[in-house]
Design a protein around this ligand. Structure first.
Ligand code: C5P
Length: 312
């Protein structure tokens, strides 16, 4: 069950239904699930809590850049990933799978082969790992017939990380508390989003470090997010002045080269640039696809990793 002991599944591919002659386990075609990335339209850190976490008011939004979680029934639990370094016991997908495995009754222990194909940049402020974990919970809940309710899945998700519950919902969501108190909002009218993933060295505990670097004076009381929510509830497009992120100051301070990437986005045609989550991914929202295409082409011509995505 140790993911580091995995057999040669590096090039694992979905296979049509067949019978494995060794253990007579039927291998059916892998079920494939999309794990979408997110951006934070607003992100206000309200203050530090006694448990060491911070209270937030944030509007999160899924976009159609996604990883794929492929699940095949198997007798044992196996995990593999298109990025070999991500295969370890701390991977949130593996932890999500173990958490649900524990819920299976002794007389009905089942396994699964989980293959994660990454497209979302890692540790980028796009929630990739959290989304992969939430998707794994939902997929294994189906595969193993656990029949966990959405509420129960949210509880499982919250144990894995503050951002994970959001991905059980997806769409446009207000997240409060440490990120696990969710209110589904009307879906944002489809918008185009240019994402720019800066090529920066990131510390492994990037998120924790950025929280630590916040000053008291960075905290706000949530009024920008409340205004944004009321705009979204009346179907208005979010005004750039409401796309506020507490982490902007510390992100530019901790990653001094980030400013160069912001400049590149402005030169490529973006009217404004925002940091997603704790960064370092930068984004801008657009009404028209052509505007987004032009910005992305300009950025790619500079050799930068830019994506044009839509809100979903
Ligand atoms: O919940 P998660 O494990 O993703 O959080 C990673 C780190 O980010 C936490 O250990 C904590 O330092 C910080 N964090 C926080 N307040 C939150 C969410 C995360 O301080 N609401």
């Amino acid at each position: 069950m140790n993911p580091q002991d995995l057999s040669d599944t590096d090039n694992f591919e979905a296979k049509p239904t067949e019978t494995n002659p060794l253990d007579n386990v039927e291998i059916s075609e892998a079920l494939s699930y999309k794990a979408y990335a997110k951006i934070n339209l607003s992100l206000e850190v309200l203050g530090k809590r006694l448990d060491g976490y911070h209270n937030l008011a944030t509007v999160m939004q899924t976009v159609n850049l996604y990883d794929q979680v492929r699940i095949t029934p198997a007798s044992d639990l196996e995990f593999d990933c298109s990025i070999a370094e991500l295969v370890d016991e701390n991977n949130l997908v593996w932890r999500a799978a173990l958490q649900l495995f524990e819920k299976l009754p002794e007389e009905n222990k089942q396994g699964a082969r989980i293959m994660l194909e990454k497209s979302i940049p890692v540790a980028a402020g796009l929630g990739g790992g959290s989304s992969d974990a939430a998707t794994t919970l939902m997929a294994l809940n189906d595969l193993w017939g656990l029949n966990l309710s959405r509420y129960e899945l949210l509880q499982e998700a919250a144990q894995l990380g503050s951002d994970v519950p959001f991905f059980i919902y997806g769409g446009t969501v207000l997240a409060e508390g440490r990120g696990e108190e969710l209110t589904q909002l009307p879906n944002l009218k489809t918008s185009w989003v240019v994402l720019l993933n800066p090529d920066l060295e990131l510390p492994t505990d990037k998120t924790a470090q950025l929280y630590k670097a916040l000053y008291r004076s960075d905290y706000s009381e949530g009024s920008i997010t409340r205004q944004l929510v009321s705009n979204l509830e009346t179907g208005q497009r979010p005004s750039p002045s409401l796309l506020f992120n507490t982490f902007e100051r510390v992100a530019y301070e901790q990653f001094p080269q980030l400013d160069m990437y912001r400049h590149a986005m402005v030169s490529a045609g973006a009217d404004y640039v925002r940091v997603s989550g704790s960064g370092p991914t930068l984004f801008t929202l657009l009404d028209a696809e052509e505007e987004g295409e032009e910005i992305v082409q300009n950025l790619q011509a500079e050799g930068l990793q830019a994506f044009l995505v839509e809100t979903v």
